[in-house]
Design a protein around this ligand. Sequence first.
Ligand code: PEP
Length: 247
Amino acid sequence: MRRPLVAGNWKMNGSMQEVSVLLNALAALELPGDVDVAVFPGMLYLAQAGSTLKGIAVGAQDCAVSAGFGAMTGETSATQLKDAGCSMVLVGHSERRELQCESDDTVAGKFVAAQSAGLVPVLCVGETLQQREQGRAIETVTEQVEAVIRVAGIDAFADAVLAYEPVWAIGTGLTATPEQAQQVHEALRGVIACHSAGIAQGLRILYGGSVKADNATELFAQEDIDGGLVGGASLDAEEFGAICRAA
Ligand code: PEP
C-alpha cells in the first residue's frame, strides 16, 4: 500500500501577513494520521513554515541545477533548501517549463541536484491541451519521465514522487475526469515498471490540476492516484484540510 501524499503549491502567493495567517490556520488543522501532507511556500517563507508547522513537511517550488554553493546569482540550491528545513522540492512544474523555458535536461539536472542534497524531488509532468487533442498525452509525459530516468537512473525513483499535472487543468478550473487521470497515472506507472516493477509499485503518483474539496474524493479513489498536488485550493486552510481528509 502506498501512503497518500497531499501537497500544497502556494506558487508566488502571500505577503508576510497572509502567510502567517495561513500557517497558523494549517498548524491548527486536525489532519488524518494516515496521509502525508506537505506545503510548498515561496522561498522567503520556507524557514517560517518550518518553524510553525509540525507534522507537515515543507518543500520549495524550485531549486538550482547545481547543489552546494557558488556563483549563481539569484539561485537557491537544494543544499540551501535543506539547510532551511525543506525535505522536498518541486522540479519541472509546467509554469517553470513554460515561463522559464526549462527543458527536460534542466529538469533532470534539478532532480539530481535535489537528491544529492537529500531532498525528495517531486517531478511534475503533463501535456498541453494541444498535445492532448493530438492524442499525444501519454507520449508526452512518457518522454518527460524517460528524460529524467536517462540522467538520474531508475533507482533514483525509489526516493522521489511523480506528479501528473495536465497543463490545461492547472489554475483553469478544468479538472481531468477521474478516468482520464487514472489512464495517464496507470501509463506512468507502466513506464517506471518497464525499468523496475518494484520501484513502480512503491512510487507515489500525485494528480494535480484544479483539485478541490469537491472533486478530490473521486480522483483519489482511482487505483494509481496516490494523492494530489494542489495549487489554488491549498491557499485556503479549511479546503486544504478537507482535501487531505479525502486522500
Ligand atoms: C499546481 O500549480 O500545481 C496546480 C495544480 O494548481 P491548481 O490546483 O490551482 O490547478
